[in-house]
Write a protein that binds this ligand. Structure first.
Ligand SMILES: [Fe+2]
Ligand SMILES: [Fe+2]
Length: 169
């Protein structure tokens, strides 16, 4: 794997973690003191902080789409939350499902590159917590949200598109 691929990985992960903090911020605008969502938001803030550090350390340019993810993430979190707590959790399940696959792919790629052990470790730690978020959202009844499959489909498509775009630009 060359430097360029590593930079792409860091760029897309920083963008994803940034988007995640914005989604949870949007959810928290509606469910102000929800302890479950608050905990997810706090963990995402740490993920983002760690990828921000890596971005600086490795001199990776962030995605130019950051201002868009700022607004889009927040709106996605807020509008699904306005539709109800189960809908908000349905959104979380969908996003984390895409992120799970995304991080798993990276872990598979990175394991053959020992010099990238730090990055692999960070991805592995974030990955575990994303799975916990997904599990918590399922426990909270996200799958029982009205219109679950259509919503899930839509949010997964948006998430995949955001990943694809953030790798490119
Ligand atoms: Fe995260
Ligand atoms: Fe997450």
């Amino acid at each position: 794997m060359d430097e360029k691929d590593i930079h792409k990985m860091i760029r897309v992960n920083q963008a994803g973690e940034y988007g995640a903090t914005r989604i949870y911020k949007g959810q928290l605008a509606v469910f102000k003191n929800d302890p479950i969502i608050q905990e997810m938001a706090e963990q995402e803030a740490i993920h983002l902080k760690r990828f921000n550090q890596l971005l600086i350390e490795k001199k990776v340019r962030p995605t130019v789409l950051q201002p868009i993810w700022h607004v889009a993430g927040y709106l996605l979190g807020m509008t699904t939350a306005l539709a109800g707590k189960k809908v908000a959790h349905a959104c979380t399940i969908a996003v984390e499902t895409v992120i799970d696959r995304h991080y798993q792919e990276q872990l598979d790629q990175l394991k053959s590159y020992l010099e990238q052990e730090d990055l692999r470790q960070l991805v592995a730690e974030c990955h575990l917590e994303e799975l916990e978020h997904r599990e918590a959202a399922i426990q909270e009844g996200g799958e029982k949200a009205p219109g679950y499959s259509a919503l899930s489909e839509a949010v997964q498509t948006i998430s995949k598109l955001a990943i694809w775009l953030s790798k490119k630009i």
